[in-house]
Design a protein around this ligand. Structure first.
Ligand code: CIR
Length: 255
C-alpha cells in the first residue's frame, strides 16, 4: 500500500514565502478545490490519502514535501530553510512515527524536502537558498548505512532542485536542462521537458503513472510517448505560492 500524507491549504496561504515570484492574489477556495482534485488524482493512481490537520499558523504547510524525506528504511525530518516553516515538522513527526524510524536534521543544517531527488539508491541534494551543505552532509551520514549514494547539486534560478528535475523510475528522471546541469546526473537516464514549458519538470510519478501540470501539454505528450500514463492536474493557484506537484504530498510505502 502507498500512503500519501497531505495537508489542507491553510486560509493564510496568501502570506506564503516567495523567492522567485511576485506576490499575486491567491484564491483560497479555488486553491482548496484544486488541492482536493490533486488528492483525488493521488487516489486514482493507487494512493491511500491521509490528510494531516490544517496548520493555519503556517501559511506554507500545504507543501508537506519540504518537511520530510521518506525512504523504505527510515524517514529524515527536515529543518526547513525558511524560519517561518520550521514549526511545520511537528505534526509530520507525529504522523510519520508510526511508519518509519525518524532521523532529524539538526542545526546548523537546513534542508527542504523539495531539494532531495531520490532516484533508486542515488540521492541528489540541491544546495539552494533553503538547503545548506551541513544539511546535505547530514543526509549523507543518515543514508550511508542503507547503501544510498548521496551527491550535492548546485541550485540557482529556481526554488528547489525538484523544480528542475524529478524522478520517473529507479533510474530515470524528467529534467529541464536549462535549470540544472544535466552532466551532474550522468549515470541516470534523462528525459527532457519541452523547452517551451519551463516549469514542467516537477511531476509526481507512482509506478509509471504520472501527475503532470495541466499547463504543460507538450511535456505530457513526451511522457505519454515514453510509455507513461499521464494525468493533467490544474494547480495554478498553488503555483502562485511557488508550489508544484511533488510538494503537496509525502509518499510512504507500506508493507
Ligand atoms: C516556499 O517558498 O517554501 C513555499 N511558498 C513553496 C514551497 C514549494 N515546495 C516545493 O516545491 N517542494
Amino acid at each position: 500500500m502507498l500512503v500519501a500524507l497531505t495537508r489542507p491549504v491553510p486560509p493564510t496561504i496568501a502570506q506564503c514565502e516567495l523567492t522567485h515570484l511576485e506576490r499575486t492574489p491567491i484564491d483560497f477556495a479555488r486553491a482548496s478545490e484544486q488541492h482536493e482534485a490533486y488528492e483525488n488524482a493521488l487516489r486514482a493512481i493507487g494512493c491511500t490519502v491521509r490528510r494531516l490537520p490544517a496548520a493555519p499558523d503556517h501559511p506554507d504547510s500545504v507543501f508537506i514535501e519540504d518537511t520530510a524525506v521518506v525512504f523504505d528504511e527510515c524517514a529524515i525530518i527536515t529543518r526547513p530553510g525558511a524560519e517561518s516553516r520550521r514549526g511545520e515538522t511537528t505534526a509530520v513527526v507525529d504522523a510519520l512515527r508510526q511508519y518509519r524510524r525518524l532521523h532529524p536534521v539538526t542545526e546548523p543544517g537546513t534542508l527542504d524536502g523539495g531539494d532531495v531527488l531520490v532516484v533508486g539508491h542515488r540521492v541528489f541534494v540541491g544546495l539552494s537558498t533553503r538547503t545548506n551543505k551541513e544539511g546535505a552532509a547530514q543526509v549523507a551520514k543518515i543514508l550511508e548505512r542503507f547503501g544510498y549514494v548521496v551527491w550535492t547539486v548546485p541550485v540557482t534560478n529556481v526554488l528547489h532542485l525538484k523544480s528542475a528535475a524529478t524522478a520517473l523510475d529507479e533510474d530515470r528522471i524528467l529534467l529541464n536542462r536549462r535549470l540544472t546541469d544535466a552532466e551532474l546526473f550522468r549515470d541516470v537516464e534523462l528525459l527532457d521537458v519541452d523547452e517551451s514549458e519551463p516549469m514542467a519538470a516537477n511531476v509526481l510519478c507512482v509506478d509509471g503513472k504520472v501527475l503532470c501540470a495541466a499547463d504543460a501539454p507538450r511535456t505530457r505528450a513526451i511522457l505519454e510517448r515514453a510509455g507513461y500514463t499521464v494525468t493533467a492536474i490544474d494547480s495554478s493557484e498553488l503555483a502562485k505560492a511557488e508550489g508544484g506537484l511533488t510538494c503537496c504530498s509525502l509518499l510512504v510505502r507500506e508493507g
